[in-house]
Design a protein around this ligand. Structure first.
Ligand code: SAM
Length: 231
């Protein structure tokens, strides 16, 4: 019997999840409760959440910044990895999403706001405040920044991420760059959306960072992320 590619990648994701992911009741609840509360099913997959959280462990991150909380699924992954080592700050523009996220975080045993603070507001309103607090020395800079909010602002968030980072060695992760590239016709057959900003080309021309894009497949289809290290 031959299997279609979609079947294969779902099977592999399910097998990896069974053996390696250790998704606990708090994470499962975050996923199911978010759907129950009417949030869209656009959280990272279990493998992606664990992968991003492992990156914070590899880098011994103390301060993680997330832009785009949704129901807190990825946030809980970061909180688990950061337990006892540091803090997660997450920015969410939608009040209902923030409320659901806080409930999900608390149900997962995460202390809000001590371990995870969920700031309400548009990324481009909140980020200048964080930059100001860091400049005044009342907030520590971030060593890992996860960008997972509205696509048109990916580059604006990236630019701010460099500014609110600790500098050399800080990591910036932009999710969904491959889907954005393809849907806006930056590469591939779609008509080019002239408004769409090419974050890959911009990161490549940015002397502040060294970056790469990794394409991914899995239960979330074909996509990929941009990973940058601040020089
Ligand atoms: C893809 S979801 C985040 C998924 C989440 N990181 C996860 O994997 O569990 C994007 C979120 O960004 C939020 N968002 C959209 N525009 C935003 C903005 N301008 N500032 C902050 N958050 C925004 C949306 O309300 C949504 O909750």
């Amino acid at each position: 019997m031959s299997l279609k590619n979609t079947d294969n990648r779902n099977l592999v994701d399910a097998y990896v999840k069974k053996h390696l992911i250790n998704e606990d009741a708090g994470l499962e609840n975050a996923y199911t409760n978010s759907i129950k509360q009417g949030l869209p099913m656009i959280a990272v997959s279990a493998s992606q959440g664990k992968f991003a959280s492992l990156l914070t462990t590899i880098g011994s991150a103390k301060n993680v910044l997330e832009i785009g909380t949704l129901g807190g699924y990825s946030t809980i992954w970061f909180a688990k990895a950061m337990k006892g080592r540091g803090k997660v700050t997450s920015i969410e523009a939608a009040p209902h999403h923030r409320e659901v996220a806080i409930n999900n975080l608390q149900a997962a045993g995460v202390q809000v706001p001590d371990e995870v603070d969920v700031l309400l507001g548009a990324g481009l309103d909140v980020l200048p405040k964080l930059a100001d607090e860091i400049a005044r020395g009342v907030r520590e800079p971030f060593d890992f920044i996860f960008i997972d909010a509205d696509w048109p602002n990916q580059w604006n968030y990236f630019d701010f991420a460099v500014k609110v980072s600790k500098g050399n060695g800080a990591v910036i992760y932009i999710d969904n760059v491959v889907q954005e590239m393809l849907s806006s016709g930056i590469v591939g057959e779609n008509e080019r959306d002239e408004e769409a900003i090419d974050v890959v080309a911009k990161a490549g021309a940015d002397d502040r960072v060294d970056a790469v894009v990794m394409q991914t497949v899995g239960s979330k289809s074909h996509d990929g992320f941009l990973l940058a290290v601040v020089k």
